[in-house]
Design a protein around this ligand. Structure first.
Ligand SMILES: Nc1ncnc2c1ncn2[C@@H]1O[C@H](COP(=O)(O)OP(=O)(O)OP(=O)(O)O)[C@@H](O)[C@H]1O
Ligand SMILES: [Mg+2]
Length: 267
C-alpha cells in the first residue's frame, strides 16, 4: 500500500536532448564528422503523481514541445530516461494521447467520424451512443455531422478533446491546445478542462504560454528556464476550483511568476 502511494506516474530523470544543427566546413578530413549541436534539454528532472494536472510554462523555444515528444515516446532523448508507471518509455502508447496546438482533425471526416477514430470499435449501437455522449460532454451536440471546416476553431478543439478522451487515456498531453482561440472561448475551454480532470481519472500534462491559464488549471506549475531547459521553478497549487486569480496567494504567485520570467510589469 505504501509502495502504491509513492509510485509516480511519470518519472523524468536527467533528460538531455541535443539536435545536430549543421555541419561545419569540411576543410580537413578530420573534420568530416564535426557537427554543431543545439542543446535543447539540459538534465530535466521531475516526477508527476497519478491524477495530477501539471502545467508547463517557459520561454518560446526553450524545449517544451521537445520534452513532450520525448515523454510521450515519439522521440528518443540524447541521454537520461523517462519512466511511466515504473517502465522505461521506448515508444508511443495508445494509453497516452496528445492534443497539439495545430488542428489535428481529419478534414475529410465529420466531427462524429473523427471522434470515432479514437475508438477500437465504433460501429456498434453502444459505440455510437458513446460518441453522442462525448459530443454532448464537449458541447457539440447537434454538430456530429459537421466537417471540420464547418466548425469554429473552438468547436474543432472540442472535437479533438472528445477524440482524445474517448480513448480513455491514462495520460493526456496537451501542447498549447487553446493558444489559437479567442479569449472568451479560451476561458470556456479552461472551465471544460477543469471539469474533464475532475470527471476522468487521468494525469494531464499541459503546456501553455498563458500564465493565468496555468494558474487556473494546474495542481502544479513547472517553469522551465531558457534553452537549454532546466526546471527553473516547481510550484504546487493547492487551491480549489473555480479559482479567483485577482486575490490572495494566487495573485502573489502570478506576480512572482512574471517576475521570474523577467517580466517586470505591475499587476
Ligand atoms: N527536429 C528538430 N531538429 C532540430 N532542431 C529542433 C527540432 N525540434 C526542435 N528543435 C529546436 O529545439 C528548440 C526547442 O524547440 P521546441 O519546439 O521544443 O520549443 P518550445 O519550447 O516548444 O517552443 P514554443 O513555445 O515556441 O512552442 C528550438 O530551438 C528548435 O529549433
Ligand atoms: Mg512548442
Amino acid at each position: 500500500m505504501e509502495q502504491e502511494e509513492t509510485l509516480k506516474k511519470v518519472e523524468v530523470n536527467r533528460l538531455k536532448k541535443s539536435y545536430i544543427e549543421r555541419r561545419t566546413k569540411k576543410r580537413f578530413l578530420s573534420q568530416c564528422s564535426a557537427y554543431e549541436y543545439c542543446k535543447v534539454l539540459d538534465g530535466l528532472t521531475f516526477s508527476i503523481s497519478s491524477g495530477d494536472f501539471v502545467c508547463f510554462i517557459g520561454p518560446s523555444g526553450c524545449g517544451k514541445s521537445t520534452m513532450f515528444r520525448i515523454i510521450s515516446g515519439f522521440e528518443r532523448p540524447s541521454s537520461g530516461s523517462v519512466q511511466i508507471d515504473g517502465k522505461e518509455v521506448t515508444g508511443p502508447s495508445n494509453k497516452h494521447v496528445c492534443v497539439f496546438q495545430e488542428d489535428g482533425l481529419f478534414p475529410w471526416l465529420t466531427a462524429r467520424q473523427n471522434i470515432a477514430m479514437g475508438m477500437e470499435e465504433a460501429s456498434s449501437k453502444e459505440a455510437l451512443e458513446e460518441i453522442e455522449e462525448y459530443l454532448e460532454l464537449v458541447g457539440l451536440s447537434g454538430f456530429g455531422d459537421h466537417y471540420p471546416h464547418e466548425l469554429s476553431g473552438g468547436m474543432r478543439r472540442r472535437a479533438e478533446v472528445a477524440r482524445a478522451l474517448i480513448t480513455n487515456p491514462d495520460i493526456l498531453f496537451m501542447d498549447e491546445p487553446f493558444g489559437a482561440l479567442d479569449f472568451v472561448t479560451r476561458l470556456q475551454m479552461r472551465e471544460e478542462m477543469v471539469n474533464v480532470h475532475q470527471m476522468f481519472d487521468m494525469t494531464i500534462l499541459f503546456i501553455t504560454h498563458d500564465i493565468d491559464e496555468a494558474l487556473q488549471l494546474g495542481d502544479r506549475i513547472i517553469m522551465l528556464s531558457q534553452r537549454p531547459a532546466k526546471v527553473a521553478w516547481d510550484i504546487k497549487i493547492d487551491e480549489p476550483h473555480p479559482r479567483d486569480l485577482s486575490t490572495g496567494d494566487l495573485r502573489r504567485l502570478r506576480k512572482e511568476i512574471y517576475y521570474r520570467m523577467g517580466l517586470h510589469v505591475a499587476l
